[in-house]
Write a protein of this length. Structure first.
Length: 319
């Protein structure tokens, strides 16, 4: 960093080099940015507010996506689980429709690999490999060719990101890992190719196994009681999030040791052509019946695919 101190009329003024502005960190001992691997969207002019997050000390992260770009990050520490304050700082025109993508980190789990998946038109997904929960892809589903880039692949991993300028997406997202001799390059994340796009091309897709579940927490819309998202806790100690899991915002209900998932889809036409889907979800531990028609009850086998936008949700089960 270079700067110039100008003395004039008994006062001093600090002039900063536009090509290398200073960074203001959330920690007194930040990593050297030159040693970080990162995804950058644009050059920052002026002061940069930078954040370093040691993922071994947190309980999860909520990422906010809009128009296939990353617009916000909320770190879930002990006593700060609700991401609503971070959502309220999003650009006003994106606040309502921004998609919350929650990455839970269970007490005895850890992040092994962090990366990004990008497309030629600058769309971005985040790639996370956890020791117990497995591979997670966060963000809106991307069509066409993509490229994967690994940012960190041995522990401990520190997440690095810069605060965006007003109305803009996050310009820098990366990771720092201490150098480790002989570390192997991680295996590639698999790309999922759906047979259809039930709720449009702006939707997020989250997926999780239905097998070896310990419990499930379902998040509901406060007014309609439709399902908005689910947290799946596994017998091995891992945890996966599906859909909009807005902890501390939406009401939820927990189901222990379920044996079946039951769901019922409702649809409504808006503006004459757009179809919005909503669903009721129930988890059962034994034989049962439903008073309403249209319920689909399945044993816990296969993979649950959960498509969602801010106002529509759709699930399928793949064997």
């Amino acid at each position: 960093m270079s700067f110039l101190i100008v003395l004039e009329n008994g006062a001093s003024r600090l002039e900063l080099a536009a090509s290398n502005p200073p960074a203001v960190w959330n920690t007194p001992n930040p990593p050297n940015l030159e040693l970080c691997r990162a995804y950058e969207t644009k050059q920052i002019l002026g002061f940069q507010r930078c954040f370093a997050v040691e993922v071994a000390s947190i309980r999860g992260i909520t990422f906010f996506f809009s128009s296939h770009q990353l617009y916000g990050v909320h770190v879930h520490r002990s006593g700060a689980l609700c991401a609503l304050p971070s959502a309220q700082r999003l650009p006003a025109r994106r606040r309502k429709s921004a998609l919350w993508c929650y990455l839970p980190i269970a007490n005895h789990d850890r992040i092994l690999v962090l990366g990004v998946r990008t497309s030629p038109n600058q769309h971005i997904n985040l790639l996370v490999r956890l020791e117990k929960a497995g591979d997670v892809i966060l963000g809106q589903y991307m069509l066409g060719p993509t490229e994967d880039r690994f940012l960190g692949w041995h522990t401990p991993i520190t997440v690095i990101y810069r605060e965006p300028q007003e109305g803009q997406p996050i310009p820098y997202f990366g990771a720092y890992c201490r150098p480790l001799a002989g570390s192997k390059f991680p295996e590639r994340f698999q790309a999922y190719e759906p047979k259809s796009y039930p709720i449009g091309e702006e939707a997020c897709l989250s997926m999780a196994s239905l097998e070896e579940l310990q419990s499930v927490e379902v998040f509901y819309d406060r007014d309609s009681r439709y399902c908005k998202g689910m947290l799946l806790n596994y017998q091995n100690g891992g945890c996966r999030a599906l859909g909009l899991c807005r902890i501390g915002v939406d009401p939820s209900k927990e189901f222990w040791q379920p044996l079946q998932i039951c769901y019922r889809m409702d649809s409504v036409h808006r503006d004459g052509h757009q179809v919005l889907y909503n669903m009721q979800v129930d988890w059962r531990a034994g034989s049962h019946t439903h008073e309403e028609k249209g319920w689909n009850c399945q044993l816990l086998k296969g993979v649950l695919a959960f498509w969602y936008t801010y106002n529509s949700s759709f699930i399928t089960i793949e064997k």
